[in-house]
Design a protein around this ligand. Structure first.
Ligand SMILES: Nc1ncnc2c1ncn2[C@@H]1O[C@H](COP(=O)(O)OP(=O)(O)OP(=O)(O)O)[C@@H](O)[C@H]1O
Ligand SMILES: [Mg+2]
Length: 536
């Protein structure tokens, strides 16, 4: 499918959403280029408006390459930042991980592009400083949190640039997020840009750099700035996370989710041809390690570009560190730097090929939302406490109801006995005949007795009916009470399940002793309730 560079900038194809963005920047000619190349024709022809770069092999053949951006020698640091890094910074501020990285031959301007502090001239500030300026302008002090770590990968060991004695920091994988992390690295909270510039300056002093034939201050290590951003996201619907809705009560106000994202800004050491850079001894050793790690990065990019099933990420620390940046969940921008000189044609060509392959890598960019598990945990505990006291109150109510029911049953039995006696008397009175006058008198006395007994029976039957209906009402109350108790138990069980979930969420292997105790406690309550019910 033909690629339309100008339209593409505005109408990004959907399948491009997670694609690694690649820009190319050409360094201005230096004294050496002017001296050695005065006779040679340029090997690069740039068409920034078409985002096209032509690499000329000789007078007759040239190849054209399209990039996401093409920057000429005169491109300002501001423009490069805005096109390459700012979109990534904005994505990171919205809760995604991001990476900005410079790759290229030694002496082509990677450190200038990424790490320039602009001490004498603020327009020279590089991507690191500008990115932090933007982050600081965007976050809310007090609510959000910004911190950094600054490291170098030197001879396959990770050194802390902010604490030089930490020179072998472990690279591990976070069990929860699956992301690579550096738990031993110094983390410094940043509150303003001057403080950040000071921290960066301290780090720069500790970075390995040497004078080579190709660059007076050649970086001998890969520098990695890790920017950690934590932003609260008040108002987001968190019910997705909670299996029961506990947010609807005033007692348990809305709990907050937050974004925890990470921005990596990487200034790689440059690839170098030993014969050109003229290094030996320790610097030769360094160059071997630099080339080795860049080679394994190239292999991973090739494998990802070809959709290979095996990505050799574990071949070097650099590729492990970048596993989220290439083929992971981060939004990634790469700036490749090249020399304009025809003397470096083959290095320029291989850098361009690296950039072209990187453009084929598509990441599955993912939101890094997290939840304030600590505060949820505490609030669930409160809710369980309140459910516990309600259950205790219900227990007391139940005992009271049972006592009243027993008393009613006693009165009912008494009434039934009285009724039985009255019916017996009535039957005896009805059996007596009235044959004589004496008998007639006796008969009328019996009639009075019968009438009296009938009245007593009717009265007793009415009382009995009343007692029966009160008894039924009592039974109904008890059943409702038990149902209510079962519901409360179900709610408490949900709460416990949530607590267990939260504990798992916090990577705890087992539930806390408090939760275990509560689980046992809540398991006993329904058993007791049901046994009482059945005993009764
Ligand atoms: N776009 C630019 N504008 C002005 N000066 C530049 C530019 N790019 C590079 N330079 C200068 O070129 C020199 C080499 O640049 P830099 O140290 O950034 O190269 P590098 O790619 O980091 O090299 P290495 O891989 O050896 O560390 C520096 O003096 C730098 O100031
Ligand atoms: Mg450098």
């Amino acid at each position: 499918m033909p690629y339309r560079p100008i339209l593409g900038r505005f109408l990004q194809k959907p399948e491009d959403a997670g694609r690694v963005r690649v820009a190319v920047r050409v360094r201005p000619r230096n004294d050496e280029d002017l001296y050695y190349d005065s006779e040679l024709i340029d090997c690069l022809e740039l068409q920034p408006e078409l985002r096209r770069l032509k690499l000329r092999k000789n007078n007759w053949s040239s190849e054209s390459y399209i990039f996401d951006d093409v920057f000429t020698e005169s491109a300002s640091q501001k423009r490069v930042y805005e096109a390459v890094a700012k979109p990534v910074v904005e994505t990171v501020l919205s809760g995604y991980n991001g990476t900005v990285m410079a790759y290229g031959q030694t002496g082509t301007g990677k450190t200038y592009t990424i790490g320039s502090l602009g001490n004498d001239n603020s327009s020279e500030r590089g991507i690191m400083v500008r990115a932090l300026e933007d982050v600081l302008a965007e976050i809310s002090p007090g609510l959000d949190n910004l911190s950094i770590s600054y490291l170098q990968l030197y001879l396959e060991a990770i050194h802390d640039l902010l604490a030089p004695d930490k020179n072998n920091i472990a690279l591990t994988k976070d069990s929860k997020s699956g992301e690579v992390c550096l738990p031993g690295a110094t983390v410094v909270e940043i509150s303003d840009i001057d403080q950040f510039l000071q921290v960066l300056q301290t780090g720069e002093k500790n970075r390995h750099a040497s004078n080579t034939k190709m660059n007076a201050r050649s970086s001998r290590s890969h520098a990695i700035l890790v920017v950690h951003i934590q932003r609260s996201s008040k108002g987001k619907d968190e019910n997705e996370f909670l299996s029961v809705n506990i947010n609807n009560s005033e007692e348990f106000p809305h709990l907050s989710a937050f974004f925890k994202s990470k921005l990596l800004i990487i200034d790689l050491a440059g690839s170098e041809r030993i014969d050109e850079s003229g290094v030996d001894g320790q610097m030769l050793e360094e160059a071997k390690f630099i080339n080795l790690s860049l080679n394994s990065l190239g292999k991973c990019i090739n494998a990802l570009a070809e959709n290979s099933t095996h990505i050799p990420t574990r071949d070097s620390k650099l590729t492990r560190l970048l596993s989220d940046s290439f083929g992971g969940t981060a939004r990634t921008s790469l700036i490749i730097t090249v020399s304009p000189s025809a003397r470096h044609y083959s290095q320029t060509s291989s850098t361009i090929m690296f950039g072209q392959r990187a453009m084929k890598v598509v990441n599955a960019v993912k939101l890094k939302e997290d939840y304030d598990s600590e505060s949820k945990y505490r609030k669930l505990e409160c809710q369980i406490d309140s459910l516990t006291s309600e259950l205790e109150k219900q227990q007391k109510d139940k005992l009271h109801l049972e006592r009243r029911l027993y008393e009613r049953e006693m009165t009912l039995a008494e009434a039934e006995n009285k009724l039985f006696e009255a019916e017996k008397k009535l039957a005896v009175a009805e059996e007596k005949p009235a044959a004589t006058s004496e008998g007639q008198v006796e008969g009328s006395t019996y009639q009075v007795t019968v009438a009296f007994n009938e009245m007593e029976v009717t009265d007793l039957m009415r009382k009995l009916e009343e007692k029966r209906s009160r008894h039924a009402k009592m039974e109904q109350q008890l059943t409702e009470f038990l149902q209510n108790g079962t519901w409360k138990f179900a709610e408490a069980t949900s709460m416990i399940n949530l607590l267990i979930k939260l504990e798992n969420h916090q990577a705890a292997a087992v539930a806390s002793p408090r939760t275990q105790a509560m689980v046992i406690w809540f398991a006993l309550i329904p058993i007791a309730l049901l046994s009482l019910y059945f005993l009764w």
